[in-house]
Design a protein around this ligand. Sequence first.
Ligand SMILES: [Zn+2]
Length: 241
Amino acid sequence: MARPAFSSSVERVVAVVAHPDDAELLCYGTLRKAREAGAVVSVVVVTHGANGVSITDADAGRQLSEDEREKEVTAAWSDTGIDVVFLHLTDGGLVADLHLISLLEAELKRLQCTLLITHSPRAANDHKDHLAVATAAANAATRVPTCHTVLHGEPHAPRSGFSPTVLVDVTDVVDDKVRALDAHHSQGGRWYLSSEYTRHRAAQAGWCLRPAATAIGRAFEAFETTLLTLTFAPSREDARP
Ligand SMILES: [Zn+2]
């Protein structure tokens, strides 16, 4: 049968994101499901995120240290079997230039990426670091011979231009996703990290594309794709008459 991913050979799934907390928002459940299915899974966090200051009254204006948010990412992914790689660039000014593209290409080749997940390059008015990483990672992937599929995750806030066609069923790890987002203490007060929004988004993705499944309680993460390679793997049962 044809399978878009997680087929018989070992998949190496790499999520390349701009900031600490982005991978948890875009694809926490997808990465957990991939790991459970036997894939080698890595998260590459491009910036340290120290300019992403808290918006709660108590912390307003406090400057974060460069390792503070990276520690929160490490906590969010602890005990999942998923590796996290930090590239330590400064957030707020990323551009998809030769430096960033080369950096990401080297990481994707080192990790032997087969399935890349990153931000959407088409989400209008999204954070410009997200757009830069999306463009640079997808460009880099074209020169990674092992990379057969590229998925672009849903922006944190609704954006025109994002039009998902791919769903991953994450029903049984939505509670874990809520807990992972809670690990980002420095970002307290941001609505898109709330449990309510996480559960709403997981249902909304399904109501848009698979309402019959959502009606019986399934929850999803949604993606666009710019590259999808089908692999024909042996079936357990021969379906020939
Ligand atoms: Zn971000």
